[in-house]
Design a protein around this ligand. Structure first.
Ligand SMILES: [Ca+2]
Ligand SMILES: [Ca+2]
Ligand SMILES: [Ca+2]
Ligand SMILES: [Ca+2]
Length: 482
């Protein structure tokens, strides 16, 4: 045994045996194979990650492209309306297919917590926080008199304190001190800088701002945000206010000189000559009646507004509605009101589109009056302007709101949700467009993607599972898409 071992040892030292050398090479080869396989696996994995990454990147780019398309869609929808509001029928907004993806334009449905509303929003349907007085502002939900006063102080150019308000003395004592603006607000979000205007006041319980009561918005303190768990969405003021509503100067778009044309230039019942009045009345009044009304206009001036003109000249409703759209009533001294300069009318509320909560902010309007307005405006057969208000309200109430209202809108907002067809990426943005000129301009844009997917999660799940976009739309809208 011993000798054999020794012999072996010797032979190993001097003459390497071929079989052992082959073994070493085999092991080495195996090692190389293991290393190579490992490298291939690592490479394949990183390729897969890279692949997924590029697919996600492509999806994000697609969603961005669809968002761009949706913005152009909104601009086209509001172009050339000349004060009219885009109708739901003319502007589909509940799932529109474009390229390889979809978009929605979402809005709150004030009558239903659970239902998602869709469509472009008329900014003149809201209270303009740059022009509304304290009495109007404090009627907004969640706003107290002192909040209204603080808004007035924020926007007015002086530094004298409105009772209950706040000027720089207050803002300069804050940990992050800043000056009171003393100028008009440029965005609605700017309200957050004003004393007392907390996010709860602006957005209410609707933290993801989709207008719908989501689970976390109705579970008390279980998840953010804190809410009162009462089954209804307590809304903030965000969807009731604007800084954009503004009508173009009367006749600014018409190049023909105002008096000669029967066109767009409204006639001011407080300053028009008898001949100008005759031109407006002659198409619908008999000669005798016409002179009667011209004479009354002459002696009863000034009128508070066009509705006041209707009641005091004792027109019939049919007479009035024939030319109401061509009349205006500028304040006699033009120094009052603060809302009109060179005939540009800012901050008027479109009585045809204002929500109940907005109507309730107008002077003298309670629940019964708001109800009467909503009922009467739905009965319009043709464009009756603001004339129909005299049929919905008694004289005193109609005249009280007559100077605050209009039937025309030029600024619109859209809350756009876009998604790639495979459900891998979505975007959300809010824009405001100004259609006073053609083509309309985007005057505000804010990315809201960080608020999360605002629509039914099933839409996203179905797209991710590979469902066709048409099927998803048919499922969610109940309409036939193909
Ligand atoms: Ca001020
Ligand atoms: Ca919500
Ligand atoms: Ca909650
Ligand atoms: Ca609630």
């Amino acid at each position: 045994m011993m000798t054999r071992d020794l012999q072996n040892g010797d032979s190993m030292r001097h003459v390497p045996q071929p079989r052992l050398r082959a073994g070493a090479i085999l092991i080495l080869t195996l090692w190389i194979l293991v290393v190579l396989t490992g490298m291939v696996l690592v490479l394949a994995r990183s390729m897969r990650v890279e692949g997924a990454r590029s697919a996600n990147y492509a999806a994000v780019q697609r969603a961005i492209g669809i968002e761009q398309g949706a913005i152009q869609y909104v601009l086209a929808c509001v172009d050339g309306l000349e004060g009219a509001v885009p109708t739901e029928a003319n502007t589909p907004a509940n799932g529109v297919m474009v390229g390889n993806g979809l978009f929605w334009i979402i809005r709150p449905d004030f009558d239903d917590n659970e239902r998602q509303g869709y469509g472009i929003v008329d900014e003149a349907s809201k209270i303009n926080i740059n022009y509304a007085g304290v009495d109007v502002l404090m009627m907004l939900p969640r706003l107290l008199g002192e909040d209204a006063a603080a808004i007035i102080d924020w926007r007015d150019s002086d530094i004298s304190l409105t009772p209950g308000g706040a000027e720089s003395e207050f803002y300069l004592t804050l940990p992050d001190a800043y000056q009171c603006k003393n100028g008009p607000l440029e965005t609605v979000e700017e309200l957050l800088l004003i004393r007392g205007m907390l996010p709860e006041v602006l957005y209410g319980e609707d933290t993801n701002r989709n207008g719908v009561l989501d689970e976390n918005e109705n579970d008390a303190d279980e998840s953010y945000p804190p809410d009162n768990n009462d089954g209804t969405l307590d809304r903030g003021v965000y969807d009731l206010v604007t800084v954009y509503s503004s009508e173009p100067a009367a006749g600014a778009s018409g190049e023909e000189s105002g008096e000669a044309s029967s066109g767009s230039q409204p006639v001011d019942v407080n300053s028009a000559s008898p001949n100008q009045l005759r031109q407006v009345f002659e198409a619908s009044l008999s000669a005798n009646r016409l002179e009667e009304i011209v004479a009354r206009t002459w002696t009863l001036r000034p009128f508070k507004n066009v509705l006041d003109f209707y009641f005091r000249t004792k027109l019939t409703y049919d007479e009035f509605k024939a030319f109401a759209n061509r009349l205006t009533a500028n304040p006699p001294s033009s120094g009052r009101g603060g809302s009109s300069s060179s005939n540009v009318k800012r901050g008027l509320i479109n009585i045809n589109t204002a929500s109940r909560d907005v109507l309730l902010c107008l002077p003298g309007i309670g629940d019964p009056e708001a109800g009467a307005i909503i009922q009467r405006r739905a009965d319009q057969t043709a464009d009756e302007g603001i004339a129909w208000v005299v049929e919905a309200l008694p004289e005193e109430r109609a005249v009280a709101i007559g100077s605050f209202i209009t039937s025309r809108s030029y600024q619109f907002s859209a809350d756009i949700v876009s998604v790639s067809g495979n459900g891998r990426a979505f975007r959300r943005c809010r824009i405001v467009v100004d259609a006073r000129e053609s083509p309309p301009r985007v005057v505000y844009r804010r990315d809201l993607t960080s608020l999360g997917w605002p629509l039914d999660l099933e839409i996203m799940d179905a797209l991710r599972a590979g469902a066709a976009m048409e099927d998803v739309l048919e499922e969610t809208t109940g309409l036939e898409v193909r």
